[in-house]
Write a protein that binds this ligand. Sequence first.
Ligand code: PAF
Length: 281
Amino acid sequence: MREIKNLREMYLYSLKAKSHGKKVGFVPTMGALHEGHLSLIVEAKKKCDLVIVSIFVNPIQFAPSEDFGSYPRNVGKDKKLLKNFAIDALFLPSADKMFPDGFKTFVEVEALSKKMCGRSRPTHFRGVATVVTKLFNIVNPDLAFFGEKDYQQQLIIKQLAADLNLPVEVVTLPTVREFDGLAMSSRNTKLNPKERKSAAILYKALSLARREIEGGEHDLNKLLFRLRSLIGSEPSVRLDYLVAADPKTLQEVKKIGGKVLFALAAYLGKTRLIDNIVVGE
Ligand code: PAF
């Protein structure tokens, strides 16, 4: 596994591989790798000749009040894990090279960025869209892999790749879950034992939505009320939002029919977790 910190070296490494006809797969991460990331890497290895993983805790996707400082970081452990997966290169850019003094250009995906998580994190997706565009320009992958746990993020990245004519195929893979259904997330390591136990209620609520709809429930308001009450029964969980939305536009829906995205964000102590499922035909 080659370790690359220099942006130009990364660009040339990928360019050379592509000039030899290799299909380059890219898995951008912020580290603290878990099985969700590993599933992306396994798929990248299946679909591509060369796999590049990046670890970069992107400062511009965190607001000043958010957890940039306490975001889980363990590059040593991540490297050991990645060695077992025999990836080709690990890209570890530094913040001052990615965002040097005088950096002024941002990528904003309108509408999609303002909904759901965008309401409580108004600058988050512009930070994500900007760093992902930069990473795509540096790594120049044929395929890039993202998890559906970050549903809104993957939609935004697909939109920006299409709008900016980026020559990359964005591949998304299902959420990987813990034994009790909790979506794998680097932030799960920040939960204390009590919070970790309580966090299972989030997927329980989403699963209830699926069961109720499959059982013929048609009253969306009644269903959302039940889901909110269920989550509210767990005193250590503070719901940020729970919505039923169109899976393509993220526009909230008023009734159940066709495919519906149930998405939520909730705080356990200071840790904010997200999850979602898509229900229906
Ligand atoms: O999902 C993440 O880990 C990050 O948002 C990403 C896509 C690597 C951009 O910093």
